[in-house]
Design a protein around this ligand. Structure first.
Ligand code: IPD
Ligand code: CA
Ligand code: CA
Ligand code: CA
Length: 276
């Protein structure tokens, strides 16, 4: 394993044990709301600090983008940027609904180079390094082989915080549901993307995500032989929060159903992300 990935795994496992320990006493947690249905607990903060401590001890010059504390380090001049979601699926965690994860990705010169998604409940560790494949607990993983949309289990997430694009999303969902075998919305986008990488889902799409929800999962999928893209089929811009994923065939089929429902507002989000 590449030394940088080893450090990321160490950080993810440390966050995972903080999360697991706290999950035993959910009633005692300090919880606040950032906005409508956007919760943050003391565990999100503690897990994030633990991750950053491991990363900064090993690589003091690397820049960091983390959900709860934002930017640290020299974003302009550092070749390296860590992108961290310390607890993806906070609402699930707070309800004892066992679908949440830790997500850590490293960008080198703007390209995703290492990724970890860790599910502490099931002790499932998803890892990838650019050009070296994707793994689940050291076993090589690949995207699912199904090619007919008809047979596909598709994952998604609802854009429930900012309701601007909810009508466009429901139009996509309405068009897709009769064409597929089933749909799932567990509530941890990073874990959803890891599930595409290991073939549990045949495909996935979501809008309204943040870079830390998507970064690690994107590399897992491409290293597992899948495609990720924006809702027009172009290269994913993490800042757009919009993603379609699957094996190359299913990626194409999903795109055909979803892209026609893109609105000028959604396209503008993609454009703005591209020009950043
Ligand atoms: C959320 C989860 C969820 C997605 C939301 C995210 P958080 O992350 O990934 O699946 O639908 O958009 O914000 O806030 O629990 O880290
Ligand atoms: Ca959050
Ligand atoms: Ca998240
Ligand atoms: Ca989070």
């Amino acid at each position: 394993m590449h030394p940088m990935l080893t450090i990321a795994v160490k950080a993810a496992r440390r966050a995972g044990s903080i999360i697991n320990q706290a999950s035993q006493n959910l009633d005692l947690l300090n919880v606040s709301k950032k906005s409508h249905s956007d919760y943050v607990s003391e565990v999100d903060g503690a897990a994030e600090e633990a991750i950053i401590k491991v990363l900064q001890t090993a690589y003091p010059d690397h820049a960091i983008l983390a959900e709860e504390s934002g930017h640290r380090g020299d974003q302009k001049n550092s070749e390296y940027q860590w992108i961290i979601d310390p607890l993806d699926g906070t609402t699930n965690f707070l309800h004892g609904f066992p679908k949440y994860s830790v997500s850590i990705a490293l960008k080198h010169k703007g390209a995703l180079s290492h990724a970890v998604v860790y599910d502490p409940t099931n002790n499932e560790l998803f890892t990838a390094s650019r050009g070296c494949g994707a793994f689940l607990n050291d076993r090589r993983i690949r995207v699912a082989k199904r090619t007919k949309l008809d047979d596909c289990l598709i994952g998604t997430g609802l854009p429930f915080r900012d309701l601007t694009h909810i009508d466009a999303y429901f139009a996509m969902l309405k068009d897709l549901v009769p064409r597929i075998a089933g749909i799932r919305r567990p509530g941890s986008a990073a874990l959803d993307l890891a599930y595409v990488a290991c073939g549990r889902y045949d495909g996935f799409w979501e809008i309204g995500l943040a870079p830390w929800d998507m970064a690690a999962g994107c590399l897992l999928i491409t290293e597992a032989g899948g495609l990720v893209g924006d809702l027009e089929g172009n290269e994913t811009q993490l800042e757009s929060g919009q993603i379609i994923a699957g094996n190359p065939k299913i990626f194409g089929h999903l795109l055909q159903v979803i892209a026609p429902h893109l609105t000028p507002a959604l396209i503008e989000v993609q454009r703005a992300a591209k020009s950043q």
